[in-house]
Design a protein. Structure first.
Length: 390
């Protein structure tokens, strides 16, 4: 997986800012104003917007590598930025009218959280001006980045008796109530509060049947993600901050070994201890393996159109994403275990990285038992269950 020079340079510069603002981002439980302004000015949010709307039309490799690099500064802020970037791509699955409304005017991008669980209800109605649309009511958790939002995408079940149909709806932030509930041990900078909507009208062109959003679209010039399935992209994007955090943790451990003097010793240096050297070598190998797993999955997903069994490949990509996270969690745990008790002071980078990734791994898409069960069912040729998404 390769990344363009401009993209890599931008990500590296922003990662430095994320690192310097990480403590403040935790305190305020959202992106800092400086990070948000820098992301806007750098063009980050236009990264996957199609070129026909003035965006960069970047592909998956650039998006994943940018996210991983940002996470070396702050995994929680990287997670937030990456999903705000990616959700602009989701807009391209909607009607041309809505794309023109939000991408073809103003800044050329939107900041839009998108909690995906279908915990709302949509009722077909006629709007006050006679416009066809939907009345939306519901409550959704995990609205990452909602404190910075222009729009919010939610999903719910249509109010009908003849079929079970889920539909996405996009509302302006003025139609949404935000519940301040994000008090967590890690990933605080994501500001993943709950949102609540009661009886808001959404015109038809701002809605989309769930299946039409999740499945791969038709590739168009200047849109590097168009042909890819949403859930597979989501799984890799969500795994990238964990891998970046693990890379940073190993770097922190290396520097700590160089300077650390062991407590209750006669000045013994940690770097001279064979067990510490072995732990470092193991960490270097393990973090490299996590990176290889992630990068290989990106390459395979980008080539999915040419593979013999796309469905099986998508499941293997999801398994790889969960595996990359599992490996990253283990790497960070191992280096923290060998770094001494003082790394758990609140001003230590290592403890912050560990807290963030411990919370990150709780995302449903990384549930190891469910993911491996799905992979096993597919490998055995067994039928998928109704709610299996891959």
């Amino acid at each position: 997986m390769t990344t363009g020079g401009h993209v890599a340079e931008r990500a590296s510069k922003l990662a430095e800012l994320l690192n310097s603002d990480a403590v403040e981002a935790e305190r305020i439980r959202q992106l800092t104003p400086a990070v948000l302004d820098a992301a806007r000015e750098s063009g980050l949010f236009q990264m996957v917007v199609p070129t026909r709307f003035g965006g960069e039309g970047a592909g998956l490799a650039d998006l994943i590598d940018t996210t991983r690099t940002l996470a070396t500064g702050c995994p929680a802020s990287a997670w937030t930025l990456s999903f705000l970037i990616m959700h602009n791509w989701l807009i391209t699955r909607f009607s041309e009218e809505f794309q023109q409304e939000v991408l073809g005017s103003g800044e050329g991008y939107v900041l839009m959280p998108a909690p995906l669980a279908p915990t709302g209800k949509l009722r077909s109605v006629t709007g006050p001006d006679g416009q066809a649309g939907w009345e939306v009511t519901g409550r959704w958790e995990w609205a990452t980045g909602v404190r910075h939002a222009d729009w919010v995408m939610v999903t719910g079940v249509e109010d009908r008796t003849d079929a079970l149909v889920a539909r996405f709806a996009v509302l302006p932030i003025s139609d949404v109530n935000v519940e301040d509930v994000w008090f967590t041990s890690g990933m605080r900078a994501t500001g993943s509060d709950n949102v609540h909507v009661k009886g808001a009208f959404v015109p038809e062109h701002r809605t989309l049947v769930s299946d039409d959003l999740f499945e791969a679209g038709v590739a168009v010039e200047g849109d590097g993600l168009a042909h890819l399935p949403v859930m597979a992209v989501l799984s890799l994007l969500a795994a990238a901050p964990a891998v970046g955090a693990a890379e940073r943790a190993v770097s922190e451990y290396l520097e700590r070994l160089r300077s650390r003097v062991l407590a209750f010793s006669m000045g013994d240096k940690a770097a001279e201890q064979p067990v510490a050297q072995a732990r470092l070598g193991t960490a270097l190998a393990d973090v490299s393996a996590a990176r290889v797993v992630l990068d290989d999955a990106v390459d395979r997903l980008c080539a999915i159109d040419s593979c013999d069994d796309p469905a099986s490949e998508r499941v293997s990509v999801r398994l790889a994403a969960a595996d990359a996270v599992r490996r990253s969690v283990a790497v960070i745990g191992d280096v923290c275990a060998g770094a001494g008790a003082s790394v758990y002071r609140l001003d230590s980078t290592l403890q912050r990285l560990q807290r963030d990734v411990e919370v990150l791994k709780g995302h449903v898409i990384f549930d190891w038992d469910r993911t491996t069960e799905l992979a096993g069912r597919v490998a055995l040729g067994l039928p998928l269950r109704p709610l299996d998404r891959y």
